[in-house]
Design a protein around this ligand. Structure first.
Ligand SMILES: Nc1nc2c(c(=O)[nH]1)N[C@H]1C(S)=C(S)[C@@H](COP(=O)(O)OP(=O)(O)OC[C@H]3O[C@@H](n4cnc5c(N)ncnc54)[C@H](O)[C@@H]3O)O[C@H]1N2
Ligand code: MOO
Length: 369
């Protein structure tokens, strides 16, 4: 505090060479002269106290008389307004858990604790390849062609999941272009959209075979999104770097499923971040299930309940756009009030962001392929 450092009981003699206008001891000065019993010296907030100081009196709580004596205007408690060393941490103490993201506050803490450099894991570098000749990049869908919904959606979503997005490229349905792009990609992760199924222009599987890539996940028992895949690409010619490919299905909500269940844990692991704690909420009403597979259904949190949203078909984004998360519906369905695991969206607050919106209402119909 700005005021006076004092030793022993008052009134105190202001040290020779100081008066009530003297700056006294300032922050940043090393080893001030010790105080004798009954002595006081002006001091600034953050300055080191002289040895044998018993208290600091704030400037508004003291008065200097015309003989140069300092009087306290209120009781002085020994030790008051002296900040001891090591209050916040001690040498060798762990300040943050491993894997903590380097937020602005972490940078401040690190600097305050004297770190000039930090060991960090880089954000994984991700390249997005949007496949499909039918995709338009502006205007209304027309003449059998539709708007590319994933090109605009994936880069910011991937960034929110901890990635550095290095490129977004539209390759159409060109097998050679896809082969070239995968063979030469330098990113840690390539995310493709579409082309995962077995249609005449679905080139992802054949291209992975041609590259001798290792398929780690080839389809999942989840709706939407069952054709999603994860592969390890062969190392680049310049040597050694492990590259992964996440193949997201083309149907936009199916792509979201793959993003949250394959890309999210991969990016988390590559970024050195620990897995998120799973959390659950009771579902408001019965939710129909797929006969064999797990369903992921966009929900809004309303009060304590997760409410499944309408328009949750695989090609639709209307529900996820107002959702707080995806509820995990086990095969055969869930009954009213059953606790369901929820997958977070990286921008929602705990307790729900969209609960007060008039979002599409409770689920009545089932729509999966
Ligand atoms: N014989 C079978 N066919 C399909 C099956 C199956 O089990 N057996 N599964 C279906 C399911 S489910 C899905 S999901 C799709 C996945 O197919 P692909 O990953 O090959 O995706 P595409 O055929 O390229 O596209 C599917 C659908 O999504 C539209 N699309 C694609 N990209 C975008 C984009 N960037 N933005 C908006 N919409 C996009 C595309 O036009 C198609 O309508 O396979 C089924 N087939
Ligand atoms: O992803 Mo499809 O649309 O699984 O249902």
């Amino acid at each position: 505090m700005d005021g006076w450092a004092v030793a022993g009981p008052g009134p105190w003699n202001l040290l020779s060479g100081t008066d009530d206008r003297s700056p006294g001891i300032l922050a940043g000065q090393d080893s001030p002269e010790p105080l004798g019993d009954g002595e006081a010296v002006p001091i600034a907030t953050g300055a080191r106290i002289p040895r044998d100081t018993t208290a600091v009196i704030r400037s508004e709580h003291g008065r200097v008389d015309d003989k140069g004596h300092l009087h306290a205007r209120r009781e002085v408690v020994p030790g008051q307004d002296i900040r001891p060393r090591g209050q916040e941490c001690r040498v060798g103490e762990q300040l943050l858990p491993p894997g903590a993201p380097v937020t602005p506050a972490v940078l401040g803490l690190a600097a305050a604790a004297g770190y000039d450099a930090l060991y960090v894991t880089d954000r994984p570098r991700v390249e997005v390849l949007v496949l499909g000749d039918e995709l338009l990049t502006s205007g209304l869908p027309q003449e059998g062609r539709i708007r590319d919904a994933l090109g605009p959606m994936l880069p910011p979503w991937l960034r929110a999941l901890g990635a550095e997005v290095t490129a977004v490229r539209r390759l159409g349905d060109d097998a050679e272009a896809l082969h070239e792009a995968l063979a030469t990609a330098t990113a840690d992760v390539v995310v493709t959209t579409g082309g995962t199924a077995s249609g005449p222009v679905d080139h992802v599987h054949p291209t992975l075979r041609r590259l001798d890539a290792e398929l780690l996940v080839d389809g999942v028992a989840v709706r939407p999104g069952h054709p999603m895949l994860l592969a390890r690409l062969p190392a680049t010619a310049d040597g050694g770097r492990t590259r992964h490919l996440v193949g997201l299905p083309g149907n936009p909500l199916a792509a979201v499923s793959g993003l949250l269940t394959l890309a999210e844990p991969l990016l988390r692991g590559l970024g050195g971040r620990p897995a998120a704690e799973p959390y659950t909420a009771p579902v408001k009403d019965d939710v129909p299930g797929h006969p064999q597979d797990t369903r992921l259904v966009p929900v809004a949190l309303r009060g304590e309940y997760a409410v499944p949203l309408h328009y949750n078909g695989p090609a639709m984004l209307r529900s996820i756009a107002v959702a707080d998360g995806l509820a995990v519906i086990p095969p055969q369905g869930a009954s009213r009030r059953q606790e369901l695991e929820l997958l977070d969206l990286p921008w929602t607050e705990p307790g729900g962001m969209h609960g007060e919106l008039s979002a599409p209402g409770a689920d009545g119909e089932v729509c999966f392929t």
